[in-house]
Structure formats: structure tokens, C-alpha cells
Design a protein around this ligand. Structure first.
Ligand code: FRU
Length: 500
């Protein structure tokens, strides 16, 4: 692949060429992360689904690998699914090794027009650590004679394998169990929960730690169930939501009846948690940074590729002041790709900074802004922290800000970037009400040529925002105002290396 294009992310995964959607089968084994993905190598739009494959030691520097799974017959597609390692040979596929890998996925048998037909659950096994796969000769392993039954995600629970999967148009997540990945027994349904949209897709379940967001004190382990819905998201198209609860071996029981969204913008879908990461480490996920509403039209086609993944993110849940239980999401291990500190500046009261990063070869940055010592009784009339990325050449910009009064909105505005703004579904302004606690506030983010990810309040809120500028954004300006005379702003900006 050619990764030099002006819109090509440098610290995010994107396919060598062609079209990509969901991450699939993500797992970690012997120091290597494996990422498979929904892949059409032959066109710049979805269809003809294969499993593309890439590997990494740090989740930022990726090595493209040969395609891992091919459509088995004409007009079929290898749809989304998962992969597990099978060190104890529960499957029987690996008599002489402890690094066997099994992929569990949906085969979609399309109609003549490539539309959706029968969807069965199939498996394939790899004896070389995940690079090449053999189809199991007794597939399918689950068949309900349904055309809307897909996206199995398998995890280990106790002595068993547990699968979450959707009956998409029945708004049902089903749980199945197996001793060997071949024979599956129905265990329970989790139905009509959350926002329904028009279909349920790509469920995930993972054990997740709970932690005090301020003190870091550890609480009990809970289970997180994520669900992607599409079309019909509140902002249009695709969105991922989650439920916090307890899985008891057969049923998932949510701790409350709330629906919570992973992202307050609209370019984060079908995220998957890595299987096999070290015990005791917070779960890591990666998601497709796009939206079915417009993914087949975005302007990166001129560079021969479409779609990137989010940065890898580490996750825990917390019971936060004012908003209750919430997922906390932050970039994982970004230090691995950090080059140098290009700005560190602090000020008290009203102040500003301008950071010229035109010399950063990757055009990719990591930044953080911490505000401390805010005195609520001394806030001025328009207490704001605003920051803008812009191109001094074209005047294009992405503007962001937080208003420390009223509803405490944090907002992102991509309307100032030229590319694709005429698309009818390209919402350009996003906002979220923050849990602003009165004395401290924080925002952190990664910006990378055509993708911006922002994390508010140390990961309480996150947004994934695509943008397609005519000219690279190379200036960051930050300004604080009316935050009370003793409020201190600490800005830090790091350049990132290209992973390609
Ligand atoms: C989600 C999805 C999945 C399906 C795959 C096909 O984005 O629609 O439900 O398995 O994409 O590429």
C-alpha cells in the first residue's frame, strides 16, 4: 500500500487499498496483536467481503499481511466475527501445538445482486498463529435458516466458550455456549434493549474493571455488553451503545435500564475487544471509524482507499458524579508512537497559545489540556476553553470548545473543513453535556490528517470525527477566558511518528 496520501492517517490503521469496514477477530498472542477486518480488496465500496489481516507489536505500527479468509463461493461474503486462541486444544484442531487460533464468523450467501441471503455461523482454524486458515469441514456450526443472524463474538468464560451474536432484525442478542467451538447450545436472549435503530449488529461482551475516576481505587469486576445499531442512530446511520451489567454464565443482567452511547459524534462503529490480552490489564478495543450513511462516498477514494480504524483504546467503567455509571475510554499506549514534545505551556487566568506544527512530518499530534484551580464563584460571564486546528493556507478549521457554565457543553465543529461538507448526511457539529465538577477539567486528543479523536474529562466522553481538508491542518490555537483569576491551564502537545 501507498500510505503517503494527504488524507492517509499515519498512526491509525487503514487498508493497503480498497474498502474496509468492521474490525474482526482481534486477538493478542505471543507479543503480537492481530487485526482482521471486513475487506473488499477489489473496489472502493463495501461488498465482496473478505477478512483482511494486519499485525502489530504496539497497535500503531502495522504490518499488512495476506488476506486471511476468502468468500467460499460466488456471491458470498465472509462477514464479521471473532477469533480466539486455543492453547488447550479444546477444539481438537491443534494436537501438537499451544498457539492454535480459531476464527468464528458469519458466512453471508448473497442473492444474485449481492444482497443478503442465508447467514450461517462458520469456523476456520489456523495452525500458524493466525496467518492462514483452513475451513472446518463440517460447517456451519450454527444455522437457523435466517438471513439476518450474524457477527458472532466469542470469549472464554470459566471452562466454556461463550458467544454473543445478533438476530439483527429481531432486536435480539443471543448467547450460545460451547465446550469445543464446534457444538453450540443456546443459553439466553437479551432482547429489545437500548436504542433499536433498524438492526442490531456486532455485539461484544467483555469483563471490565470498575474504578473510582478520581482516586483510581479498584472496585468489582463487571461485564460490558456493547451493541452496534444501523441504520437509525440518533445522529443518523450507525452508532454503538453499551450496557453495564453482570454475566452469570448464561444470562447478561444489566445493572440498570439505561442506554449509553460510546461516542458523541458519528464515526465510531462495530468496535471489538481484543481477545487474549494479559490478565489484569484493562480491555483494549478498536473500532471502525466511519458511518454506513456515507462511508461509500468519502473523498479518500482519490487516494485508492476508504476507511480507517480508531486508535486502540483502553477501557474501564466508573460510577461518576452526576452522570452515574459510564464507560471511560482513553488512547492505549500512545507513548509507543510519540516522537517529541513540541509544546508545553502553562498560564493562569485568561491566556492563549499558538502551536505551529507544520514541521511535523506525519502531521499527526497528541495533545492534552488540563485546567485546575477553577473557582465557580469567580467565573466570568463567558467562561470558555476553546481550541482550533487550522490550515493557514486554506483557512480551513476544526473548532472545539467547552463552556464552563449553563449546560456545560463540550462541542466539536468540523464545518470549517472543505471536503465532503455538501454531503447531506455529513453532520458537522457535535456536542455533549460534561460532568464538570467545579475545580478541574481536562481534554485530550489525537489528530491525524483526516481523523480526529477527542477524550473529555479523562475519558468520560469520547468523539471520533472524520474530516477531509484540502490543505493539511498545521496550526493549533488554544485560548481560555473568564475561568476565574486563579485557574491554571496546562497545555502539552506531542508530535507522533508515522507508523507506516
Ligand atoms: C456491520 C456489518 C455487519 C456485517 C458486516 C458486513 O458494519 O453490517 O453486521 O457482518 O458489516 O460487512
Amino acid at each position: 500500500g501507498n500510505y503517503t496520501g494527504g488524507l492517509r492517517p499515519q498512526v491509525h490503521f487503514s487498508p493497503p487499498q480498497g474498502f474496509m469496514n468492521d474490525p474482526n477477530g482481534v486477538f493478542y498472542q505471543n507479543g503480537t496483536y492481530h487485526l482482521y477486518y471486513q475487506y473488499n480488496p477489489a473496489a472502493l465500496v463495501a461488498g465482496n467481503q473478505h477478512w483482511g489481516h494486519a499485525t502489530s507489536q504496539d497497535l500503531y505500527r502495522w504490518e499488512n499481511q495476506p488476506i486471511a479468509l476468502y468468500p467460499p463461493v460466488e456471491n458470498s461474503g465472509v462477514f464479521s466475527g471473532s477469533a480466539v486462541t486455543d492453547p488447550n486444544n479444546t477444539s481438537g484442531f491443534f494436537p501438537d501445538q499451544d498457539d492454535g487460533v480459531v476464527a468464528i464468523f458469519t458466512t453471508n450467501y448473497g442473492d444474485a445482486n449481492g444482497g443478503s441471503g442465508l447467514q450461517t455461523q462458520d469456523i476456520a482454524y489456523s495452525r500458524d498463529g493466525g496467518y492462514t486458515f483452513e475451513w472446518y469441514d463440517q460447517n456451519p456450526v450454527i444455522d437457523y435458516n435466517s438471513s439476518q443472524f450474524r457477527d458472532p463474538k466469542v470469549v472464554r468464560y470459566g471452562d466454556e466458550w461463550v458467544m454473543v451474536i445478533t438476530f439483527s432484525q429481531e432486536f435480539t442478542i443471543s448467547i450460545f455456549k460451547s465446550p469445543d467451538l464446534k457444538n453450540w447450545t443456546f443459553a439466553s436472549n437479551f432482547t429489545d434493549a437500548g436504542l433499536l435503530g433498524a438492526q442490531y449488529e456486532c455485539p461484544n461482551m467483555v469483563q471490565i474493571p470498575t474504578r473510582d475516576h478520581d482516586t483510581g481505587e479498584e472496585g468489582e469486576m463487571l461485564d460490558l455488553l456493547t451493541l452496534s445499531i444501523q441504520p437509525g442512530a440518533p445522529l443518523g446511520g450507525s452508532v454503538t451503545e453499551y450496557f453495564i451489567g453482570r454475566f452469570n454464565g448464561t444470562h447478561f443482567n444489566p445493572i440498570d435500564r439505561a442506554t449509553r452511547l460510546n461516542d458523541f459524534a458519528k464515526d465510531n462503529y462495530a468496535g471489538q475487544f481484543f481477545y487474549g490480552t494479559p490478565e489484569g490489564q484493562d480491555p483494549i478495543d478498536i473500532a471502525w471509524a466511519s458511518n454506513w450513511q456515507y462511508t461509500n462516498r468519502v473523498p479518500t477514494a482519490s487516494e485508492g482507499w476508504r476507511s480507517a480504524m480508531t486508535v486502540p483504546r483502553s477501557n474501564y467503567v466508573t460510577n461518576a458524579t452526576r452522570i452515574g455509571w459510564t464507560l471511560v475510554t482513553e488512547p492505549f499506549n500512545i507513548d509507543a508512537i510519540t516522537n517529541t514534545t513540541i509544546e508545553e505551556k502553562s498560564w493562569t487566568g485568561n491566556g492563549s497559545a499558538i502551536v505551529d506544527y507544520s514541521q511535523v512530518e506525519s502531521n499527526a499530534l497528541h495533545f492534552s489540556i488540563n485546567v485546575t484551580g477553577i473557582n465557580q464563584t469567580e467565573l466570568g460571564t463567558n467562561p470558555t476553553l476553546n481550541f482550533t486546528f487550522m490550515s493557514p493556507v486554506s483557512g480551513e478549521s476544526i473548532r472545539n470548545g467547552f463552556l464552563f457554565s449553563g449546560d456545560n457543553p463540550f462541542w466539536v465543529d468540523r464545518s470549517g473543513v472543505n471536503g465532503f461538507v455538501d454531503d447531506i448526511f455529513w453532520n458537522t457539529k457535535f456536542s455533549v453535556a460534561d460532568i464538570y465538577n467545579g475545580t478541574v477539567w481536562n481534554v485530550e486528543g489525537v489528530i491525524d490528517r483526516s481523523i480526529f479523536e477527542v477524550f473529555v474529562d479523562r475519558g468520560i466522553h469520547a468523539a471520533t470525527v472524520l474530516y477531509y481538508p484540502d490543505e493539511p491542518l498545521t496550526l493549533l490555537s488554544v485560548a481560555s477566558r473568564d475561568l476565574s483569576p486563579n485557574a491554571k491551564v496546562d497545555l502539552a502537545v506531542w508530535s507522533l511518528e508515522s507508523g507506516w
